[in-house]
Structure formats: C-alpha cells, structure tokens
Ligand binder design. Structure first.
Ligand SMILES: Cc1cc2nc3c(=O)[nH]c(=O)nc-3n(C[C@H](O)[C@H](O)[C@H](O)COP(=O)(O)O)c2cc1C
Length: 241
C-alpha cells in the first residue's frame, strides 16, 4: 500500500545531499531489492548498489549511490526492467529517500555474472522538496489523450515517470480488459527512445499492478495477446480484467 500511495506524490529527485545513507538505511534498500517482483520471473536479473566511482559520471546526476540493473537480454527484458526498478523508485520515495532514473548513464562494469547492464537509478537523501504536494504538480498528458474508455486503474498508469516525460503509453479499455500500446518514437530520437520507451511501458505496468492490488483486482498480463492494430503504435499486451 505504501508503494501505491507513493505513485501520487513521487517526483524525480535530481539534487542530493553529499552524505551517504547510513548502513541501516542501505540495509533497508538491500532488503527491498530482494522483494521487488518480476513481470517475467524466467528472466534472470540482478541489482547492485554502486558508488559514483563505479559509473561513468559524465551523463549522470551526482548522488552518493546508484542502483544498477543487470539482465539477460531475452524477449520482454526491457519491460521487465522497468517493472522491477519502478518498485525500487517508489520504495525510495516511500522511505523519504529520493531517486531519479538515468537513461543514458553507463556502468563501468558492463556485465555481471553474464548479465548485461541495462539502466540505473541515482538515489540518496534529497536536497530540497521530497514530494509533490498535489496532483496538479504532475506534468502529464490528460487521460482523454492516452486512453479510450474508463478503468479505475488508469490514473496510476498516467502518473508514471518516463524518459524525457514522453509518456508513450496508450490504453484501450475493452470488456474489463486494458489493451496496452506503445506510441512509436519520432525519427530524431528513434533508436534511443525506442529502447527507453519499452522500459517506460514496464514502469506503467508496475503502477497498473499496484492499482490492481488496491482495487482488489487480479493482475494478469498477457504479452502474447493478439491486439488490434493501431496507427503509430506497437502492441504491448493485454491486462486481463
Ligand atoms: C527510463 C527513464 C530514463 C530517464 N532518464 C533520465 C536522465 O537521464 N536524466 C534525468 O534527469 N531524468 C531522467 N528521467 C526522468 C524523467 O525525465 C522524469 O521521470 C519525467 O520528466 C517525469 O517527471 P517525474 O519523474 O518528476 O514525475 C528518466 C526517466 C525514465 C523513466
């Protein structure tokens, strides 16, 4: 429930206190790393806490800690990465820590135990405001632009963070199911955004999972479902009602 509540007030934190978290705080983080659920449990993944000296900092926000995510590069691995790591992002917020997704920063260790580095979060103690005070502080597309039909879980998905705030998710509510699509990225940022937007879709699925729990609804996601085609969109899967 704490993670669910964080959806409505979290924000990306880009300024951190220089001091490291305490050993007890880092223990809590490590403990939660073991609890985050996978979308696809058959994909092997690993998370590791790193210091600034272990990453290429040129494109990274300065923070005392980074959470590095590694994975097998199997079908659905980017969706899975977004889904798992967003639970960590919400966890950080729920504990009063701050975090920010870093889409282009690189680890100095490109693989660990045969798993590839995928993406990282910066985290630490926020300098300044930790939370949004009201929903009006979220800069998000209106539901009317991203969804057809209604479902009580959609607002949680709408508020998800995404690379460059691109909000690539599109939803079609049909007979209690939610059909998920990803809006294709424009040609300019094509390849980079195509990759990051798949992670974004996993992030919105994480919010849909927490909203399903909150509504007492099952969370059953079928990525093999045969979705009707939509212009400019890639079908992602069906969330069964
Ligand atoms: C996959 C991904 C990559 C991101 N990469 C960066 C980044 O490299 N640098 C940065 O400052 N913010 C980055 N962000 C944060 C987004 O800009 C931010 O989530 C979005 O603008 C919405 O703002 P909010 O998180 O405060 O709600 C990234 C977010 C996601 C989901």
């Amino acid at each position: 429930m704490e993670l669910y509540n964080s959806i409505f007030r979290r924000k990306s934190i880009r300024r951190f206190k220089r001091e490291a978290l305490s050993a007890a705080q880092l223990f809590l983080v490590e403990e939660y790393m073991g609890k985050a659920q996978a979308l696809y449990p058959s994909i092997q993944t690993k998370m590791r806490i790193a210091a600034a000296s272990e990453i290429h900092t040129m494109l990274a926000i300065k923070s005392p800690h980074y959470l590095l995510f590694y994975s097998e590069s199997k079908d659905g691995y980017l969706l899975n990465a977004g889904f798992i790591l967003q639970q960590m992002d919400l966890f950080f917020s729920s504990q009063g820590f701050g975090s920010c997704w870093l889409g282009v920063a690189k680890s100095k260790e490109p693989s660990v135990d045969g798993l590839d580095f995928i993406i990282m979060l910066a985290f630490g103690t926020p300098e300044g405001k930790k939370y949004r005070e009201s929903l009006s502080e979220f800069r998000r597309k209106p539901l009317s632009q991203i969804a057809q039909g209604e479902d009580p879980r959609l607002q949680a998905a709408q508020l998800a963070p995404s690379a460059r705030n691109s909000q690539p998710w599109r939803f079609v509510c049909q007979d209690g199911d939610i059909l998920l699509y990803r809006k294709r990225a424009g040609a300019v940022m094509g390849l980079i955004m195509d990759r990051l937007n798949q992670i974004d879709m996993g992030i919105s699925l994480c919010h849909l999972m927490l909203a399903s729990e909150k509504q007492g609804m099952p969370f059953t996601f079928d990525s093999r479902a045969d979705l009707p085609k939509r212009a400019d969109c890639v079908p992602v899967g069906k969330l069964k009602g």
